[in-house]
Structures are given as C-alpha cells and as structure tokens.
Ligand binder design. Structure first.
Ligand code: PA5
Length: 444
C-alpha cells in the first residue's frame, strides 16, 4: 500500500505536514502505551498479530457448517456490527453474485441495519422458499434495530426448521457475559463468538464480527488478517514518520482541517468499494465528530458521482479535500471493441482496456480538482483482494486513532449516538421512560 501526498502540497507544504510529525508520533505512542483517552478500547491495536489460530479455525469450521446447511445466511447487525463485513464481502464478491447459479458459498444478506418495514417484509418473503441461517451480531446485545430483525427472523427460521434445526443455523456474536443476546444465546444453546470487551464496534471488523460473515461468504480470513498484521507492524511506533503511512495520513488530514478544510471525501473508482466508504465514514465520523469538532466524512463513487456531485466538488465552497482509493490493477481484463459505424466517435479507444479509461478519468479528475482548490491524497493498493483490504482496514483504523488524539478528542466513545435512542424510546413509551415521554410529548 502507498500513500501519496503530492497533490496536497500545493495547499499545505510538505514542511507544514512534517512539522506535525512529533505530535503524530506522540499520539501513535498513546495507542501503544494506553495512556490516552478511551484507553479501555484499545484492544484493536494489536489484534491482527494476536488473533489465535484456534479462533480462526473455529470461525472457518462454523462458516463451513453454515455453508453446508444454508443457501442464504442473513447477517444481523448495525453500525460497527455490520459495516466491516459488508465492506469486505462487497469488495471481494462478483458484483452480480446474487444472480449466479454456480455459487460456492451461500448468498449473504443483511438485516438489522434499518427499521424498514418493507425491507424486513421483503426479506422474510424472499426467505420463505430458501434454506437459511442467521448470524446475529451485537456487542451490547440490546440494540433495537438488530433485536427487532432477529425476533422476526428467528421466528421464521423456527417455523421452517423447528427449534432444534434453528439452533444449528443460528450463531451469535456478542459480549462474553453481558447483554440480552448473551443471555438468549446461552439459554437457547447457540454457537457463540465473543467480541472482546476492549474493542469498540467500529474497530471490530477483524474480530468474529467481521471474520465470520466474511468466511461464510467464502473469503480467506487468514490472508485478510495477514495484511492487517503487516500494516500493524508498518504503522507501529518503531516506524519513523516519513515511512509511517497512518501517522502521515493523520498528520495531513489534521493539517488540512486546521487550514479550514472541514470535509473529507473518500473517493473510489470501483463500485465494489462503495461499502468500504460506508465503513470508513462510520470509523471516522463516530471517532472524531464530538466536542464541537471533527472533519465531516463523506464518500463518493467515481466516475458515477462525478455526474452528480462533481459540480459541487469542482466549484462549491472550498472547504473540502479528498482521499482517493486507487486500485493499481483490476482483477479482470476487458477491452473496448471497435464499432464499424463509430457513431459515438469512440473508435479512438478501441482495443484499450476499460481500466485504462478509468485511470485517465482518475488522473484527469485529480488534476481538475487540484486546479479547483481541492487538496488530494491518494491511497494506492495493488488490487482488491483479502491481503490489500486487510492492509487498508488497519491503515485507516490506526490513522483514525492517531488522528482522533491529534484532534484531542476521545476517538473510542460515541456518546452522541444515545440522543436519538432516548427520544425514540420516550416516543414509543418504553417502560422506565415515563418522565422522558411526558417531556417529549410536550414538545411535539
Ligand atoms: O461503533 C459502534 O460502537 C457502534 O456503531 C455499534 O457498533 C453499533 O451501534 C451497534 O452496536 P451493538 O453491536 O452493541 O449492537
């Protein structure tokens, strides 16, 4: 993986970014020595190098069992209990996977990430004639969205295969001892995996939260972890600032923020990476957006969104910078054909690979955006595979920890997420919320 800051230097000089090296190193050190804010949630820092082979084998065996029993596996979870698995599975899957007949792994669907009545009804209807299993993921075990989805899906599964059959097809990923999901899983005898206490949701993709759904979809979790472990080593405190990609990225984005660039747009040029952007948005949004501070993380899919957001990015308020995920090699090759009539005038492209055109769109966009006042960072990976995704996941996690500390916030809590829940429960008249219900009813 490489990080290129060349197109940032017209806006913030290399010297200015290098001047933040000492601060970035101090903040990186806090992640290792556990003396910073939120230090009870640092379990992710050395996770890739410490995951035991027994756990990996247990996850693989559980995935194989679900694969043998199910055409469809529904992963139930929200936020950090959903986005990492979805990001990796989408990135590695054939884009038209759902229509493929010669599947080697079950179709993986997702629920509990919304409260859409239509979504859940349509899912239940779709599952009526399918053999299916469930992976229910919730660290707290009490989150409303996945709990509602699990109620519905558990009932549908028990109605189809009976309680014993359902027990074979349900796996819970939750806290070791606390929460409603732990109690239920123990009562029902489900296979369970533990989310370590010291790993928060948005940093949990390399625990069973992400690893189990990724293994079920047929991908190589050992290689994903190896990529992450290599990046863990490369971004540690032993690596000097000039070679430490996470420290450099954290320093550059903080320098840009201090210069008035309040919005960061994560750009991809491959539709398969759409959910990688969603995962990244949660990672940075929940980690940094607090105490009245924080870069607003947005994500776009280019060139698709150049035809919707391109105008704003080129000429709107100059408060943005962009970070581009650049993939050096596509996994497939496809050339543009010659057309005898050439009515679209594209014969000059005949014989060129589609990716060559995509790369010129990428380069042309970078130059145009820099001309338009948008600083641009580039994160390059060789290809979209397990190893490179593992590297990128850890790179962004480590940089997020460093960056949050540079911003002087606690990057590992999310107190603001509770506000909507409190209001929703008050509005739904949850027992114990009587006072809040009275207060909120007076406002509406
Ligand atoms: O990052 C976080 O902590 C959150 O996004 C949680 O992952 C999300 O709210 C889901 O929580 P839980 O796993 O407890 O159901």
């Amino acid at each position: 993986m490489k990080l290129c800051l060349e197109s940032v230097y017209p806006f913030i000089t290399e010297d200015k970014i290098n001047a933040m090296a000492a601060n970035a190193a101090e903040c990186n050190e806090l992640l290792e020595n556990g003396k910073g804010k939120g230090n009870d949630f640092l379990g992710w820092v050395n996770l890739p190098s410490q995951v035991s082979s027994e756990l990996v084998e247990d996850i693989k065996a559980t995935a194989a069992k679900l694969q043998s029993l199910c055409e469809v596996v529904v992963v139930i979870g929200i936020g950090g209990s959903y986005l990492g698995a979805k990001a990796v599975n989408d990135a590695l899957s054939n884009s038209f996977d759902l229509l493929k007949k010669d599947r080697k792994a079950p179709v993986v669907l997702y629920a509990g990430q919304n409260i859409g009545e239509d979504y859940l009804s349509e899912l239940l209807e779709t599952l009526e004639d399918k053999s299916f299993g469930l992976i229910n993921i919730s660290k707290s075990g009490t989150t409303t969205e996945p709990a509602i989805a699990f109620r519905l899906l558990k009932k549908a599964l028990e109605d189809k295969v009976g309680k014993e059959g359902a027990k074979e097809r349900i796996v819970a990923v939750t806290d070791a001892s606390r929460g409603a999901l732990r109690t239920l899983a123990d009562q029902e005898g489900y296979k369970t995996f533990i989310i370590p206490d010291n790993v928060g949701g948005r940093f949990s993709v390399l625990t069973p939260v992400g690893l189990l759904p990724i293994a079920v979809a047929g991908f190589d979790i050992a290689t994903l972890l190896r990529g992450a472990a290599d990046m863990e080593k490369a971004t540690g405190t032993d690596t000097a600032f000039e070679n430490n990609l996470s420290a450099k990225y954290a320093a550059a984005r903080n320098a840009l923020y201090r210069s008035g660039k309040k919005i960061e747009i994560l750009v991809n040029y491959h539709p398969k990476l759409h959910y990688f952007g969603e995962w990244w948005k949660q990672l940075y949004g929940e980690s940094e957006g607090k105490d009245g501070k924080g870069i607003f993380p947005a994500a776009v899919d280019f060139s698709t969104d150049l035809h919707s957001m391109g105008q704003w990015i080129q000429e709107g308020e100059r408060t943005i910078f962009e970070t581009v995920i650049s993939v050096e090699k596509p996994s497939r090759s496809l050339a543009i054909p010659t057309d005898a009539a050439d009515l679209d005038g594209l014969n000059f492209l005949a014989g060129k690979g589609i990716d060559e055109v995509n790369k010129m769109a990428e380069l042309g966009t970078r130059l145009a955006h820099v001309d338009g006042g948008v600083p641009n960072m580039k994160v390059s990976i060789e290809k979209v595979d397990e190893y490179n995704l593992g590297q990128m996941i850890y790179f962004f996690e480590r940089a997020c920890g460093i960056s949050g500390y540079m911003l002087e916030v606690n990057p590992f809590d999310q107190p603001g997420v509770e506000a909507y829940k409190k209001n929703m429960f008050a509005l739904l008249e949850k027992p114990g919320y009587e006072e809040a219900t009275k207060a909120i009813k007076a406002r509406i």
